[in-house]
Design a protein around this ligand. Structure first.
Ligand SMILES: C[S@@+](CC[C@H](N)C(=O)[O-])C[C@H]1O[C@@H](n2cnc3c(N)ncnc32)[C@H](O)[C@@H]1O
Length: 257
């Protein structure tokens, strides 16, 4: 009797723990996919999701080796902008270096600050819009973080790398890429991860990136050279890449090249 009760208690404990984990996963999925309430704007919904993570293991698999390769070839640089970073930015996968700084832009950001990372609350569609107070405030914070005068021309074309991970479905992708391209140095790079038309559909922008070919059109028009492109989830026999999960690196050409 005494011997039989002990395994039973362990079994009950295991079942309870498994039930808790299952409830936690189901609740998490429900909250990420729930429809915004009537009258609720997207920012409010994203605010409620601040702190969530979005497939961190997948992002690590997709971006870890790519970042390592770019680091080895000295192609990341010291000023990195992470657009739509969330609270667990993928750019934290990059090496930390005393001279390296990352600016994480997110519509729901908590404006947190550390020696190497600044979180900036900003609708990415507002970048470059000097008429918007939110952009001027964001620029001021970023300039202070970098020890720069926001009024100087040097404030533009300054970033070495701009990362867009899992954001281009949710914004006017052309406007956002165009806006941040202005802050990228000639020779600097965009790193893009996107899964067209998949994610939290109720939060999608009608102007989101729905087809990878639209991304190529943007890059061509803005004089970017695609250096790396992969489709890690494309079935081996599929030839159509237009709606596949894409990981891409593109380099901004210097003037005249
Ligand atoms: C699917 S999550 C991706 C987070 C992170 N980049 C990653 O790959 O794990 C999308 C993020 O974009 C942010 N976001 C959505 N719309 C935005 C906008 N208009 N401007 C800036 N950030 C936005 C959300 O707050 C959220 O943190």
């Amino acid at each position: 009797m005494g011997h039989g009760i002990f395994p039973l208690i362990i079994a009950i404990q295991v079942i309870l723990i498994l039930a808790c984990i299952a409830t936690w996963i189901i609740q998490g999925r429900k909250s990420w996919t729930r429809q915004p309430r009537v009258g609720e704007d997207r920012t409010t919904t994203w605010n409620q999701h601040w702190g969530d993570t979005y497939g961190p293991e997948l992002k690590k698999r997709l971006l870890g080796p790519l970042f390592d390769r770019l680091e080895t070839d000295d192609q990341i640089g010291n000023l990195i902008i992470d657009v739509g970073s969330g609270a667990a930015p993928v750019t934290r996968l990059l090496k930390t270096k005393p001279e390296r700084k990352r600016i994480c832009v997110d519509v729901a950001a908590d404006n947190g600050l550390s020696a190497d990372e600044l979180m900036v609350r900003l609708d990415a569609g507002r970048v470059g819009d000097f008429g918007a107070l939110s952009f001027r405030k964001a620029l001021l914070r970023a300039s202070r973080f970098l020890g720069m005068d926001p009024r100087t021309k040097a404030g533009r074309e300054y970033a070495d790398t701009v990362v867009f991970s899992d954001i281009l479905n949710y914004v006017d992708f052309w406007k956002v890429l165009h806006g941040f391209a202005q802050y990228l140095k000639p020779g600097g790079r965009m790193v893009i991860v996107n899964l067209p038309i998949r994610g939290n559909r109720p939060l999608f922008s009608v102007k989101g990136l729905k087809d990878n070919r639209h991304l190529y059109a943007f890059l061509f028009e803005h004089h970017f050279e695609i250096e790396y492109k992969s489709f890690p989830k494309r079935p081996r026999d599929a030839t159509d890449e237009s709606e596949e999960l894409i990981v891409l690196v593109a380099r901004k050409r210097s003037a005249g090249r």
